[in-house]
Design a protein around this ligand. Structure first.
Ligand code: FES
Ligand SMILES: [Fe+2]
Length: 391
């Protein structure tokens, strides 16, 4: 039972009396619960939508799906990134189905064309004559519909709902905590996409479950080291944990030449590992020399797509050495770190499917959250319960 609502006050960790799971098993399996989470969470808050490097080049675009809605990331020729509803303004067909480097996107149905700033440019046979088009006022009203968005630490967040708090306010606790890190200039080391046979909430809960680390991922360090973790609540929406003393072997790219630090990081922060969920769907893991993101998009009650990316300091990025014409001196360290980090995630994939299968049994409702370990899970479930009106 929750004895104190974690939303007030935010900040220091108030110990929760936990016991039975706050969310019933049906919240992980039923379509009605899934639909309400899309509506009340994913369409009503800031959510992770994609990586900025997906549209790195001016003149590139990429369709994405957020909360079941087709969106379009587009960077126009002057480098401005925008997010649109990926819907043709004529008959509502999905406009773009593939990543593209075309300066104009052409609707497959009647060949209207749109610039990457969203403006409508071509409307063939508008009035049944060649080269005709709408008057300027009509044309101006028929641009692609924009989506509120922000870019932070290489990630694109969108808000599909009504006016809301600025994303900067939501992210402020992390921005302050990570001030010494140059997260705006990190470079991709590697990314992978995973199709997960589990509800999106299990992906988040598993990321916030530090208890399983020595058992599912014994390679990451001794049990005493991996369990030396402290719960952290930076705000109602940013919850996770910190390894203040580090787990030295965790991403041991540290064998061989080390990766450069992600900034001018003070000595006392150099052994620190931070692991946070930016509610609902951005899972971030920061060490002094790498930044890992696992973001999830719900597809169905038992199906989630995970986008995992590992970033390193600009000078150690995988794209760096060819242009410099020099040897890639960080290749070994970068690849070693990625091998460990993706290896850990690979081990979680079958666990997630097994957790999901467990929720088809009524016995799953008799699970017991442990006060010593499941505080952050309880907070996450409480956030979901509050947002969807289950409280
Ligand atoms: S639906 Fe796109 S041009 Fe008609
Ligand atoms: Fe895990």
């Amino acid at each position: 039972m929750i004895t104190q609502t974690p939303r007030t006050p935010p900040g220091p960790l108030d110990h929760l009396e936990v016991g039975r799971s706050i969310l019933p098993a049906s919240a992980y399996t039923e379509q009605v619960a899934f639909d309400s989470e899309l509506r009340d969470i994913f369409q009503s808050r800031w959510v992770w939508a994609g990586f900025e490097h997906w549209v790195a080049a001016p003149g590139s675009s990429r369709p994405i799906t957020v909360a079941g809605q087709p969106l379009l990331l587009a960077r126009d020729s002057d480098g401005t990134l925008r997010v649109f509803h990926n819907i043709c303004r004529h008959r509502g067909i999905v406009l773009s189905e593939e990543p593209s480097t075309r300066k104009r996107l052409r609707c497959p149905y009647h060949y209207w064309t749109f610039n990457l700033d969203g403006s409508l440019c071509g409307t063939p046979y508008w009035d049944r004559t060649k080269n005709s088009g709408p008057d300027e006022q009509t044309r101006a009203q028929l641009g692609l519909l924009p989506v509120r968005h922000t870019v932070w630490a290489g990630m694109i967040f969108v808000h599909l709902g009504a006016p809301c708090e600025p994303a900067e306010d939501l992210l402020a606790p992390l921005t302050a905590r990570w001030a010494p890190y140059n997260l705006d200039s990190v470079r991709l080391a590697e990314e992978r996409q995973y199709n997960i046979d589990a509800n999106w909430k299990l992906v988040v809960e598993n990321f916030l479950d530090f208890y399983h680390l020595p058992f599912v991922h014994p390679q990451v360090g001794s049990a005493s080291a991996v369990l030396d973790v402290e719960d952290e609540v930076l705000s109602p929406d940013i919850i996770g944990a910190c390894y203040p003393r580090g787990v030295t072997t965790k991403a041991s790219g540290k064998a061989g030449s080390a990766l450069p630090l992600l900034g001018d990081i003070p000595e006392e922060m150099r052994t620190r590992q931070d692991i946070f969920c930016v509610f609902p769907n951005a899972l971030v893991f920061l060490e002094p020399d790498f930044f890992q993101v696992i973001a999830c998009q719900p597809v169905a009650p038992g199906r989630t797509v995970e986008y995992m990316a590992v970033f390193v300091a600009a000078e150690a990025g995988a794209d760096r050495h060819p242009e410099a014409g020099a040897a890639d001196r960080y290749a070994e360290a970068r690849e070693s770190a990625c091998r460990v980090l993706f290896g850990v995630n690979d081990q979680d994939v079958p666990i997630l499917a097994q957790l999901q299968r467990g929720r088809s049994s009524p016995s799953a409702d008799r699970g017991h959250l442990v006060s010593h370990w499941d505080q952050i899970t309880a907070r996450f479930q409480t956030l979901v319960a509050e947002a969807t009106g289950r409280h």
